[in-house]
Design a protein around this ligand. Structure first.
Ligand SMILES: *Cc1c(COP(=O)(O)O)cnc(C)c1O
Length: 340
């Protein structure tokens, strides 16, 4: 079945499944008091070239809303893009976990808000009638499959820091962004001013594991209570930690993302060459947003290709997502159908 719906329509990588089987041998202490979980601190600190505090969780939503819960008080404002996952796809989780902080949605083309738009929006300090600016969240890669370059992140961070705001990065597709930027994980985050990262693994080959990574470590002080109270202190945490270890081992995460991004580039190049196709956002990672002629979409549907209609459905807009294990043959099959 040719499926370009999303990168979480995939299974898990064999390396991850083997790590789970290894972790399954014998007993280990629960709730993160196991060796695999303890070793994650060193592993992530080495990866990011600085001392970090890392907390595995089950879902990207949990990573986002728990991270934000220590960055914004109940009367705080969290700035994000209007299409951000926290604003559109998490059922008010950020508001709930912060105890009522307000999301302030910023516009901007191609899924990104500009530092200037952010700067203008940060107002109301000290006025008891206004919720108080507290945090900024940017999504990397963005909801439109684009990537903030390092200068853009640094400029957003500067705007945030100038007012004492914390900077969160929703990195559900962090690996795809790092590969796209061709930089180190450190450069992509704390060196550009990011204070906490939701580090995604599930969409890039894990079975189900994400992590909250704090670069500003005093934010982590009370995190363990938030996580437990929120129902995300996983009792057999070694199985999350085992996945994260395997994910990072020998650069598996980057190989996966490189493949996914390459498949998206191949698909986008093939589509862009056809009459009547427009690519709606720059393809910088593993997602393609396109407007296609109706007959082409019909042909895809007739062939039982799976993908999401996205945005203006009547206008022929779709989204195609490639993954760590997308067979090149699937890309070519779809392109053949498009050409026909
Ligand atoms: C998928 C995704 C998440 C997390 O989703 P979960 O289903 O909760 O794991 C968060 N942010 C973005 C941008 C995503 O695409």
């Amino acid at each position: 079945m040719v499926n370009f719906c999303s990168d979480n329509a995939t299974g898990a990588a064999p390396e991850i499944l083997r790590a789970l089987e290894m972790a399954n041998a014998g007993n280990a202490m629960p709730y993160g008091n196991d060796d695999l979980t303890r070793d994650l601190q060193a592993k992530f600190s080495e990866l990011f070239e600085t001392e970090v505090a890392v907390f595995p969780v089950m879902t990207g939503t949990a990573a986002n809303v728990l991270a934000l819960s220590v960055m914004a008080p109940p009367y705080g404002v969290i700035y994000c893009h209007e299409n951000a996952h926290i604003n559109v796809d998490e059922c008010g989780g950020a508001e709930f976990y912060t105890g009522g902080a307000k999301l302030h949605a910023l516009p901007g083309p191609h899924g990104k808000f500009s530092p200037a738009i952010l700067k203008d929006a940060i107002t109301g300090f000290g006025v008891p009638h206004h919720a108080q600016p507290a945090a900024v969240s940017l999504t990397q890669t963005s909801e439109s499959g684009t990537v903030y370059c390092l200068d853009e992140i640094a400029a957003v961070a500067e705007a945030a820091r100038g007012h004492g705001l914390n900077l969160h990065m929703d990195g559900a597709r962090f690996a795809n962004a790092v590969v796209s930027l061709d930089c180190s994980p450190a450069e992509a985050t704390w060196k550009a001013g990011v204070d906490a990262l939701s580090f995604g693994a599930t969409k890039n080959g894990a079975l189900g594991a994400e992590a909250v990574v704090f670069f500003k470590r005093d934010l982590a002080e009370n995190f363990k209570y938030r996580r437990m109270r929120g129902g995300h202190l996983v009792s057999k945490m070694r199985f999350l930690s085992a996945q994260l270890h395997a994910y990072l081992e020998d650069g598996l995460w980057l190989r996966h993302a490189r493949h996914a991004n390459a498949m998206a580039a191949r698909l986008a190049d093939g589509l862009a060459a056809l009459d009547g196709v427009s690519i709606l956002h720059p393809v910088q990672a593993n997602e393609i947003f396109a407007r296609l002629p109706r007959a082409m979409i019909q042909r895809f549907l007739d062939r039982d290709f799976q993908f999401y209609r996205w945005g203006d459905e009547a206008g022929g807009e779709i989204r195609l997502v490639t993954a760590f294990n997308t067979p090149p043959g699937d890309v070519d099959t779809l392109l053949d159908a498009a050409r026909a």
